[in-house]
Design a protein around this ligand. Sequence first.
Ligand code: ADP
Length: 190
Amino acid sequence: MLNIVLFGPPGAGKGTQSEKIQTKYNLIHLSTGDLFRKHLSEGTELGIEAQKFMDEGNLVPDRVVIGMVEEKIADNMDANGFIFDGFPRTIPQAESLDEMLSGRNIPIQVMVSLDVPDDELRTRLLLRGETSGRADDQNEEKINNRIRVYKEETIPVAEFYQKTGRYQSINGVGSIEDIFDRICSTIDSR
Ligand code: ADP
C-alpha cells in the first residue's frame, strides 16, 4: 500500500491536490472534513455533534474523528492505499493513526506539507466562501480562528512526522499543475 498524509493550513489546497493524487496513484481519498460534511448533510448523530465545532472553526473532539477514520480504513483494506487529507490534525490523532496502520502493517510513508503564507490563505478562503456555502469560510473572524487553531494544535503534528523522518514540505503557491508536479516528485522519490 501507498499511504500519504497531505498536510497544510486551511485553504492550502489539500482537497484539490488530493483529488489529483487519488486519481494518479489509485488511492482512497480520506478527507475528514468531507466525511463530516457528508454526515452533516445526512443529518446523522455524528454530523450534529460535529457541526457546532466546525461552524466556529474549532476542531471536532479526537475520539469522534478517530472512530470515523478507523471505520473508513477498516472498510477499505483491499485498496491500493490512502491519501489522508485534513487528518491527523492533533498529536493524539497522529499517534492513533500510527497505531491503526502499524497494527495492519501498512504504515504512512510520507507526509507532504503545502507551504502557503497566511495572507494568501485568508484571500483564498474568503473567495471560496463566496461559493462554497461553508459557514466556516464566510467571515474573517472564523477564518482567523482556523489559522490560529492550525498553528496551536496542528503544527506539532508536522514535528511528529519530522522526528520519524517522514516529512517533506513543498511550496504551495503557484498553478495547480505546478504544485501537483512538486507533490508527485516528492511521492516518487520517497
Ligand atoms: P479546511 O482544511 O479548509 O479547514 P476541512 O474541510 O479539512 O477544512 O475541515 C473543516 C472542519 O472540519 C474543521 O475546521 C474542523 O472543525 C473539522 N475537522 C476536519 N478534520 C478534522 C480533524 N482531523 N480533527 C478535528 N476536526 C476536524
